[in-house]
Design a protein around this ligand. Structure first.
Ligand SMILES: NC(=O)c1ccc[n+]([C@@H]2O[C@H](COP(=O)([O-])OP(=O)(O)OC[C@H]3O[C@@H](n4cnc5c(N)ncnc54)[C@H](OP(=O)(O)O)[C@@H]3O)[C@@H](O)[C@H]2O)c1
Length: 237
């Protein structure tokens, strides 16, 4: 095959993760009761980042536990979106490999922008039918495991997602790190300690077993604001 006749895969979106973390590396308390612990500045930062993204994505447990609707944060941030040349509202993406996401979750009650559920063939037919009544699209992205690379290419091709913001939780982040898909991490370090080895962290999955395999980033920005440290890590080429 000549180089010219090679079929090009569709491009991936730029994928960035935003998380708030305690000084001991936790993203919630062990009992999951505390999930919001950053300052008002950190919340504004979250909306500012959403205002640069075509789509915002979360894992099923984050959607349920936090009650997030993955909204824009109001007119001030929608104005910012328009300034960035983006649609007024971001798309909303939920990852639920077994289709266990609760169809009564708060997010499905707010109809301001399309909701896409990424799932697998593991999801029972009854569950899929139920989710199709509350989501705008339910996309099967693999037999047993989600093929995130293919899913994100599809998001780009079908929904024109060029910038995809992932807001956790730890299980979803871990899968993205392992797939080598994270371009940038925005990490707010908050001056609190939650402790407990079972409390969730930024990447809570099988992870990497060897230093040589670890996902590698470099610190590209740090800003101290009041008591918090706002950091940005970019993927090492
Ligand atoms: N501090 C922060 O910035 C922040 C941000 C977000 C969340 N949080 C906290 O994080 C906690 C939730 O995190 P979590 O790790 O338990 O859950 P999560 O990643 O939000 O959701 C886990 C669920 O998402 C689906 N999922 C995730 N990765 C998948 C993969 N690779 N393939 C298929 N499905 C996948 C699965 O759904 P199915 O079960 O349907 O297969 C899985 O059970 C909450 O306590 C929340 O408060 C904190």
């Amino acid at each position: 095959m000549s180089p010219k006749s090679k079929v090009q895969s569709p491009k991936l979106p730029f994928i960035f993760v935003n998380m708030a973390m305690t000084a001991d590396g936790k993203i919630a308390t062990a009992n999951r009761a505390v999930h919001s612990f950053g300052s008002a500045r950190d919340l504004a930062h979250l909306y500012e980042l959403r205002a640069t993204a075509d789509a915002v994505m979360c894992g099923a447990r984050t959607v349920e536990v936090t009650g997030t609707i993955l909204g824009t944060g109001g007119e001030k941030f929608r104005k910012l979106r328009r300034k960035h040349g983006l649609a007024e509202y971001n798309l909303r993406v939920i990852v639920s490999g077994s289709g266990s996401i609760n169809p009564a979750a708060e997010i499905f009650k707010k109809r301001f922008s399309p909701i896409i559920v990424l799932t697998t063939k593991r999801a029972p037919a009854k569950k899929l039918a139920q989710l199709r009544t509350v989501a705008d699209e339910v996309k099967i992205c693999g037999a047993d495991k989600i093929n995130f690379r293919a899913a994100f290419r599809w998001l780009r091709t079908k929904w024109n997602v060029r910038r995809l913001l992932c807001e956790g939780g730890g299980e979803l982040n871990d899968a993205l790190f392992r797939a080598g898909l994270v371009d940038e991490i925005h990490l707010t370090i908050c001056p609190k300690i939650f402790g407990d080895r079972t409390a969730p962290t930024v990447a809570d999955g099988p992870g990497f077993q060897r230093l040589a395999d670890a996902a590698r980033f470099e610190l590209t920005s740090k800003k101290r604001q009041k008591g918090e440290l706002f950091t940005v890590f970019s993927r090492r080429k």
